[in-house]
Design a protein around this ligand. Structure first.
Ligand code: SAM
Length: 292
């Protein structure tokens, strides 16, 4: 069945009210999008921030009388004017297929692949991580994850104790396991991330090597290697804690850093690490270093 979309350009304050009105008017689905390319960085668990320019889209069956529907919204919204809006047709297609076609196996560095479950590994002899793209961060497509995976691919991980701080989907922990690490503690403040990490580790046959933990559950020990793809502010706040968790001679990789934040993050880790040159991809920076 083809559909009609009612698209309204609004702001964060009005988006919830409009989306409720569209649902009450019979929308089969209501979607909120960013209409000004404004990034929302890592909301805390339970928080659902909206963009200051939010596009609200209601999806209606093609036989809906859109003039009548818009007219009733205008009356409900009065005395304020209904935000700028338009009606557009939406072609029916196999959305699942279209979505799956968007994602192909991706290679990171020399030998590391992220392979969606519906694809055959293009290079079965390489290191293949089975992971589906989805809403959760860490499905390999974001530049910060990519930067960390490429760095991990270049490390000698055999027998190493690894700490993945801010594990998300567990992608970096699984990569470390598949690259030879002996044990990985995967830490996150979001309990859902720990569940996702456990599930993804099991799918990749490395659940015995990966231990999902809340920050307070970390044992008192030092690690050979630290991965932390969080954001600049928590990375700076956590610098003393994370630095103390890496043994002298151990290595760390940090990402989730914007270019103008790289100096401040490097300065926070420099007391404990020899920090190497930063690497930038798609507006995100990776820092790495060796514990002194
Ligand atoms: C950008 S995602 C990275 C996920 C994955 N490691 C990757 O590289 O794709 C950051 C993760 O860090 C977690 N996180 C944010 N602040 C944290 C903190 N202070 N302590 C532990 N985890 C944190 C978030 O819940 C989120 O799952």
């Amino acid at each position: 069945m083809p559909w009609l979309q009612l698209i309204l350009e609004t702001d964060a304050e009005s988006a919830d009210r409009l989306s409720e009105q569209l649902s009450e008017a019979g929308a089969a689905a209501v979607t909120l999008n960013d209409s000004a390319d404004q990034p929302l960085f890592e909301p805390l668990p339970g928080a659902t921030p909206l963009w200051s320019h939010t596009r609200v889209i209601g999806l209606f069956p093609a036989d809906t009388d859109m003039d009548a529907l818009v007219g009733s919204l205008v009356r409900e919204y009065a005395p304020e004017p209904l935000p700028p809006h338009r009606v557009e047709p939406l072609e029916d297609k196999d959305w699942t297929r279209a979505w799956m076609d968007t994602f192909k196996p991706m290679r990171f560095g020399e030998r590391l692949w992220i392979v969606p479950s519906w694809c055959e590994p293009p290079s079965p002899g390489d290191v293949n991580i089975l992971l589906d793209p989805g809403l959760a961060f860490g499905t390999g497509t974001h530049a910060t994850t990519r930067l960390c995976l490429e760095w991990l691919d270049g490390q000698a991980l055999n027998g190493k104790e690894v700490l993945d701080y801010g594990c998300g989907s567990g992608i970096l922990a699984i990569a470390a396991a598949k690259l030879g690490a002996s044990h990985i503690r995967a830490v996150d403040i979001d309990p859902q991330a720990l569940v996702a990490t456990a599930d993804n580790a099991a799918r990749n046959g490395c659940e015995a090597l990966i231990e999902p933990l809340l920050p307070g559950q970390l044992p008192p020990m030092q690690f050979d290697l630290l991965t932390a793809n969080i954001l600049a502010t928590p990375l700076i706040e956590l610098a003393p804690t994370l630095s103390a968790l890496v043994r002298p001679g151990g290595a760390m990789v940090l990402s989730g850093i914007l270019p103008d934040q790289a100096d401040a993050v490097a300065a926070a880790y420099r007391p404990a690490f020899e920090v190497g040159p930063s690497v930038e991809q798609d507006g995100w920076v990776r820092l790495s270093g060796t514990r002194t």
